[in-house]
Design a protein around this ligand. Structure first.
Ligand code: G4P
Length: 529
């Protein structure tokens, strides 16, 4: 296969949802279609159900599983599908945001009864901002839920999407009879028994055909005709270009648990979903079909075995081919590195590969060279954009609880921050370290890992911060800026990259500061123009 054909057959995407909407179940069913696993139940549930309890074993288990399920790859109809796992638990939202920088498209799973939920809102917003093509799967149609049109409205209003249904349900819950596949123009009948994968597909490009009444009954047929008329009257026709630009989102209905509507989703997905997309670096736009290899680190995973402190850095290949034992430039460090055992991921296992293509994810063993966001090239100086930090939600001082181990503590903090477990802020006034996290659970993870992997002990102290705001570089020389630095010194810190950050202690003080110092530009993510 040529380089171009290899690119054309790759689809790299993430599934996002609020916990419990059915992401794991859908992933598993997709893997079954790809023949990557033999039976349902093989994909372990990569999620923490209890939140903020001190269940360290659970945290450890989670870490182990998340290595295994970080990337799930399989071949379906000669397409190489790479599913990137995104943790649903909100405490790991940063992880998910970063993973979204490595996907070329996403599938959003919505629970038909619960509709749009909190986590979905946040994740979809990030995808919308980045113009990532999105497909929506409304799951659990075998249960009573909301009316399909109400749900479509909700997707538009709460998520700001421009939807167009590519399938439409016939009945719901107890009366669920199947779906009309608008994309393929056929009907899929649901049999309650379809766990055994028995389903019937009947081609039906003309729903006025009286045969329809015989198959699904007069009442359901009339209702379906009315509904489809409404769909065609209200929603725009599916437009692949708009979808690829992130301006239109096709919607499918089904039941992942019953393996219903999943094949239709997958078949449509491989037809319309984008092949590896070009990506913006600070210097220029890089196209997937360029000859030279470029890629970036979007995730770092610590080894499960605390005795071996090596880590696995996950690289998304943006262009060219990544080859084993070939030297690549680590742009930030300005040195060449070779990798003798790059890992590729297939379903649940990883194996060493000689060559990987754009869209693929390669796992590299790392002894501390990589940070999230690092770029690898064949010599060009490139910095990939799009891995910003967001303001954490929780802040605490971190103190050394064992003075004999301060070196270990610093190293541990450094490496955990490189992995993106949390963010570190160093106060300008006194050099004290403050850790910021998305969820309270991370503080426990950090404390546990510092002790078990680095032999260091830490304690925390509350630190009241409402929001971390990154301070823009403009107007630094003005009197106004200098006064801001003087008056707000107590609230200023440097992040890990040395950027100046204002830690506002309340919404009120943030507003006052913005009013009083209009020349000081405050940003809510670490990346700004
Ligand atoms: P998540 O990864 O998004 O958190 O969701 P997951 O797939 O784990 O699904 C959450 C629950 O919803 C599971 O039930 C799962 O069996 C159920 N589920 C998924 N798809 C469907 C569907 O199409 N119809 C129905 N009725 N249920 C569905 P659970 O009881 O929490 O877990 P389990 O004991 O079944 O594993």
């Amino acid at each position: 296969m040529t380089f171009k054909q290899e690119i054309a057959r790759r689809r790299t995407f993430g599934i996002i949802s609020h916990p419990d909407a059915g992401k794991t179940t859908l992933t598993e069913k997709l893997l079954l279609f790809g023949g990557a696993i033999q039976e349902a139940g093989a994909v372990k549930n990569n999620k923490i159900k209890k939140s903020a309890t001190s269940d360290f074993m659970e945290i450890e288990r989670q870490r182990g599983i998340s290595v295994a399920t970080s990337v799930l790859a399989f071949i379906y109809k000669n397409k190489k599908i790479n599913i990137l796992d995104t943790p649903g638990h909100k405490d790991f939202a940063e992880d998910t945001f970063r993973t979204l920088t490595a996907v070329d498209s996403v599938i959003v799973v919505i629970d038909v009864a619960k509709g749009v939920e909190e986590q979905t809102v946040k994740l979809v917003e990030v995808c919308r901002m980045r113009k990532i093509p999105m497909l929506v799967f409304i799951n659990k149609m075998d249960r009573e839920g909301q009316d399909a049109f109400d749900l479509l409205d909700e997707l538009e209003q709460k998520l700001g999407l421009s939807v167009t249904p590519l399938s439409f349900p016939i009945g719901m819950g107890y009366d669920f009879k199947g779906i009309y596949n608008i994309f393929e123009k056929n009907i899929n009948l649901f049999s309650g028994d379809s766990k055994k994968n028995i389903e019937q597909t009947i081609a039906f490009d003309d729903v006025t055909n009286p045969e329809l009444d015989k198959i699904i009954g007069n009442k359901a047929a009339t209702e379906l005709r009315e509904n489809l008329e409404l769909v065609w009257g209200v929603y725009p026709e599916f437009d692949k270009e708009l979808y690829l630009k992130g301006d239109q989102q096709p919607v499918f209905f089904g039941s992942a648990l019953n393996n219903f509507g999943v094949r239709e989703l997958l078949d449509c997905f491989i037809q319309i979903a984008p092949t590896p997309r070009s990506k913006n670096a600070e210097e220029r736009l890089v196209e997937a079909n360029e000859k030279d290899m470029t890629g970036f680190v979007f995730k770092i995973h610590a080894n499960m075995d605390p005795k071996h402190r090596d880590r696995l850095a996950f690289i998304k290949i943006v262009s060219g081919t990544f080859e084993r034992n070939k030297p690549y430039l680590h742009v930030r460090q300005g040195k060449n590195l070779k990798f003798s055992s790059p890992n590729a991921f297939f379903a649940e296992k990883k194996e060493i590969v000689d060559i990987s293509y754009p869209g693929d994810i390669v796992g590299l063993h790392d002894t501390g060279n990589f940070k999230i966001g690092d770029t690898l090239t064949e010599g060009e100086i490139l910095h990939y954009k799009g891995i910003p930090s967001f303001s954490p939600e929780h802040f605490r001082y971190i103190n050394n609880a064992d003075p004999m181990k301060s070196k270990q503590l610093n190293k541990g903090i450094d490496q955990l921050m490189d992995e993106g477990v949390a963010q570190l802020f160093t106060l300008e006034l006194n050099g004290r370290k403050v850790i910021g996290t998305v969820g309270a659970l991370q503080f426990e993870v950090i404390q546990y890992r510092l002790e078990h992997e680095y032999g260091a002990k830490c304690s925390y102290e509350n630190f009241n911060v409402y929001k971390a705001c990154w301070v823009g570089n403009e107007n630094r020389k003005t009197e106004e800026f200098k006064e801001f630095e003087r008056v707000k010194q107590k609230f200023l810190a440097k992040d890990k990259r040395g950027q100046l950050v204002f830690l506002a202690d309340s919404q009120f003080s943030l507003q006052m500061t913005q009013q009083k110092y209009p020349l000081v530009k405050l940003h809510f993510t670490s990346e700004f123009e």
